[in-house]
Design a protein around this ligand. Structure first.
Ligand code: AMP
Ligand code: GLY
Length: 430
């Protein structure tokens, strides 16, 4: 039986542990550092996800057969290179390959060199504030200002005025962070997630995240407040076309630079009236895409990853269960800028009893014997159903049963997909 280590502490990692538990070849599962929800189904180890050396020591001591990395920071710190240097088996890209997420400038330059579809852009270094302002002055609004480097999904600002764009650019440049200023793209977003080894990959079903804090795609960007999958308005053939336009050439462009990408390539794509355009690439599972998609995969997660690691792509079954997943994130008041914490969470026991519902925890901790909030995205409810409508009803019903002071959810997750369901009357998703 295999010993598994999963690195991270969010709802994404909770779902990875939950799915790995169902694998017939798995013995013990450890999660570092994990959270109280994960502790119910795995052994949590108090080592930070970024403490690469301690994690490798633990993996050696415990004779871990496979480590799966959830978040981006350990990848950017080189966890995969370090584990490999110690002879440890790990799934994730090298530090060099993870630059596709850890440096937006690297990613944009790669897209440029390989002529991949993306928004028109220009990059500016900290000393180039004047040039950045001149550029903004000549461009149309809205305009997007992005910081280079990792920002937990919150490093892009869509500025509605030139003065706002200049202010944001100055804030980043003043603290020494290079920026990208890019054209605002109109359309709808799609998440493409592929398990890759070099230029070969296994594509997951398409999903759609909701990044903005409030209903109607208003407010600041967040890490993502809800996802549904698959997308009922994009057929399987169309979906494969998207992977061919986005994932194939990206992996080839990396290979041409001598970079072998082994791990997850998650591309956030805007479907515009001029076709798909890549907004960004990530080197890991999307969160909350992961917790929405994994329950729809009927195959064995550990076998899947093992097959990808050994390039046995022919062995991987396309085992989707034909159901829909719908995920609602319960966030804290003040998220994303200043989330309140320490609020008592109630109702999980009732919510978990609802048929077709899964609950994955993220920003939670135990304080004085009680489960309390400890971060911006607290937990998520995932509804599984034969239709998107059924899945949405389940996740929203579960979300209504769970309470904490300042609970914030978006009430329009899946709106675009729900328009395509066969309704006699108005869509009622709450
Ligand atoms: P990123 O961190 O680059 O994925 O950006 C986060 C979010 O900002 C995306 O999911 C989009 O909602 C929005 N965004 C980023 N770039 C653009 C763009 N060029 N045009 C419109 N929206 C964008
Ligand atoms: N779903 C957004 C992210 O994982 O960055």
């Amino acid at each position: 039986m295999k010993e598994i280590l999963i690195v991270g502490s969010g709802a994404r990692e909770h779902s990875l542990v939950w799915k790995a538990r169902q694998s017939s070849s798995v013995g013990n599962i450890y999660c570092a550092p994990g959270n109280p929800g994960i502790a119910e189904i795995a052994e949590c180890i108090p080592i930070k996800a970024t403490n690469v050396e301690q994690l490798a020591k633990f993996a050696k001591q415990q004779k871990i057969d496979l480590t799966i990395v959830g978040p981006e920071d350990p990848l950017a710190f080189g966890i995969v290179d370090h584990f490999k240097s110690q002879g440890l088996r790990i799934f994730g890209p090298s530090q060099q390959a993870a630059q596709i997420e850890s440096s937006k400038i690297f990613a944009k330059n790669l897209m440029d060199e390989a002529d991949l579809p993306t928004a028109r852009y220009k990059t500016f270094k900290p000393k180039e504030q004047g040039e950045a302002e001149d550029y903004i002055e000549c461009e149309e609004i809205p305009i997007v200002v992005k910081q280079d480097g990792l920002a937990a999904g919150k490093g892009a600002v869509v500025a509605e005025s030139k003065s706002e764009a200049k202010k944001v650019a100055k804030e980043f440049l003043d603290i020494g962070i290079p920026i990208i200023i890019e054209e605002f793209l109109e359309g709808y977003e799609v998440s493409l997630i592929a398990l890759c080894n070099g230029t070969q990959y296994f594509p997951l079903i398409l999903s759609q995240d909701h990044k903005k804090a409030y209903d109607g795609d208003k407010g600041p960007n967040t890490g993502g407040l809800g996802v549904y999958a698959p997308l009922n308005f994009i057929g399987a053939e169309e979906a494969m076309k998207l992977y061919k336009i986005v994932t194939d050439p990206t992996l080839r462009a990396l290979a041409n630079k001598g970079i072998h990408f082994r791990g997850i390539l998650y591309s956030n794509v805007m479907i515009t009236k001029n076709g798909p355009k890549i907004l960004e690439h990530n080197a890991r599972f999307g969160d909350p895409e992961c917790q929405t998609i994994l329950p729809l995969y009927d195959g064995d997660l550990i076998n899947l990853i093992e097959n990808v690691l050994s390039s046995d792509f022919d062995q991987i079954p396309f085992k989707w269960n034909g159901k829909f997943g719908h995920c609602v994130v319960l966030a804290s008041r003040g998220y994303p800028s200043n989330p309140e914490t320490g609020k008592i969470i109630e109702g999980i026991e009732d919510a978990i009893k609802i048929p077709g519902v899964l609950i994955f925890q993220a920003g939670t901790k135990i304080e004085n014997g009680k489960l309390v909030t400890s971060g911006g995205r607290v937990l998520c409810t995932v509804g599984i159903g034969d239709t998107l409508q059924e899945a949405a009803k389940r996740s929203y019903y579960a979300a209504s049963k769970i309470n904490f002071d300042g609970k914030h959810i978006r009430t329009d997750i899946g709106k675009q997909g729900l328009k395509f369901c066969n309704y006699d009357s108005e869509v009622d998703i709450v």
